[in-house]
Design a protein around this ligand. Structure first.
Ligand code: LLP
Length: 380
């Protein structure tokens, strides 16, 4: 698709994030259609990409907002998401962030510790409000993904562990400005094996029984996000589609009458619509390899450096014979490398390189390290 827009791309400074809004719309429609079959509610995880045009599409397609900081709550509210469609998660919410979210009367706080519950109760009391909360429970399910994006194991900092639940319930009885309405789980990201979600359903069902035995009615169950996407890595196993994903939860979750199921998808909604476009600055012959040195680096897309993650790299301007390159950025770190031994058509200074599947956790994780300019975005 980018090749059709070469003339336009050439007029923009690089590095540049290019978003295909039509592809985004198709993805959102597909996700919505499958979720609607079971009356599932999907909140979009803003952390994946909080650019305004992306948020506009999310809102217009009927997604709620899953926020993980006060600024994300603010971005959602200012973009026009209704407060009753906004949830606020996160292991370390500050008092200012909580106060702002209380003032907005958002749908739910996903709470991760007893200490947080006490602070939330105190702040809500000062405002004469009652905060609706879901308890984020750590289900100790292995997400079989990169260790940095695994969140549902007991060794992780996230959520309340099963053995703490008795004491949390005793505590909740003493906190009048908090109302428990749901339970929340999120076990990790870029999950490509559906049996992982099936294991999550089994754990959720066990927790549901536990709450029922304690005479607590839950209005909703939030199973988080985590559905993986295709990074076009030849070694990657096939990726489940929205249909398989939602139908699995429909099949294996045991719900109580009237209970809603909530999801928090980020990557699966936005990853494919974004591409990082960069210009080749130099070609350098190394001892064992050639380096293609780009004007984009780990400051624009940190995923390869941080998680050794694979992104498909394409030269969209050269049609010569293939040559092997290490594709690297300009940053003063050896980890500033987008791909090793990548076969690309013979590449020259000025060629445009596309780094695909960069719509999620790409631009939003950009940094100013080396005093780099803020990367720009183009919407096609
Ligand atoms: N809900 C919670 C509580 C989360 O922590 C996350 C992601 C999501 C939902 C959305 O997960 P998704 O559907 O996008 O997998 N920077 C990493 C990913 C970090 C994910 C953090 N939490 C990466 O580039 O792979």
């Amino acid at each position: 698709m980018l090749k059709q827009h070469l003339q336009e791309l050439r007029q923009h400074a690089t590095p540049l994030y290019v978003y295909n809004l039509e592809l985004l719309r198709q993805t959102l429609k597909a996700a919505k259609q499958e979720a609607n079959k079971y009356n599932f509610h999907v909140h979009y995880a803003l952390k994946a990409n909080a650019n305004q045009p992306i948020l506009d599409e999310m809102r217009q397609h009927g997604f709620g907002a899953d926020c993980v900081s006060g600024n994300e709550v603010r971005a959602a509210i200012e973009n026009g998401f209704a407060p009753q469609d906004v949830v606020f998660a996160g292991v370390g919410k500050s008092d200012d962030e909580i106060n702002y979210a209380l003032d907005q009367d958002i749908f739910c706080f996903n709470c991760e510790s007893s200490h947080e519950l006490e602070v939330l109760n105190e702040l809500a009391e000062k405002k004469g409000r009652t905060a609706r909360i879901a308890l984020r429970i750590n289900p100790n399910v292995n997400a079989k993904t990169h260790k940095y994006i695994t969140t549902g194991l007991e060794e992780n900092k996230f959520g309340i562990n099963a053995w703490e639940l008795d004491s949390v319930l005793l505590l909740l009885n003493k906190l009048p400005n908090i109302r428990l309405i749901g339970i929340h789980f999120h076990i990790g990201s870029q999950i490509t094996d559906l049996t992982v979600f099936r294991n999550l359903c089994t754990r959720v069902n066990e927790f549901q029984e536990w709450f029922e035995a304690h005479k607590i009615q839950l209005e909703h169950v939030n199973v988080g996000g985590g559905l993986g996407v295709d990074y076009y890595n030849p070694e990657q196993q096939p990726i489940p589609d929205f249909s398989a994903y939602f139908s699995l939860f429909n099949q294996f979750l045991e719900l109580r009458p009237g209970q809603q199921v909530h999801f928090e998808l980020g990557r699966a909604l936005v990853a494919q619509c974004g591409t990082l476009v960069s210009k080749v600055l130099y070609i350098k012959k190394g001892v064992t390899t050639n380096f293609a040195i780009l004007d984009a680096g780990m400051t624009e897309l940190i995923r390869p450096a941080l998680y050794q993650s694979y992104h498909k790299i394409e030269n969209i301007t050269s049609e010569k014979e293939d040559v092997r390159y290490d594709v690297v950025g300009p940053i003063c770190e050896s980890s500033d490398c987008f791909g090793k031994a990548v076969m690309l058509p013979e590449t020259n200074r000025g060629d445009l390189i596309a780094i695909h599947t960069a719509g999620a956790y790409g631009e939003v994780m950009a940094s100013g390290y080396n005093l780099r300019n803020k990367v720009k975005a183009l919407y096609l």
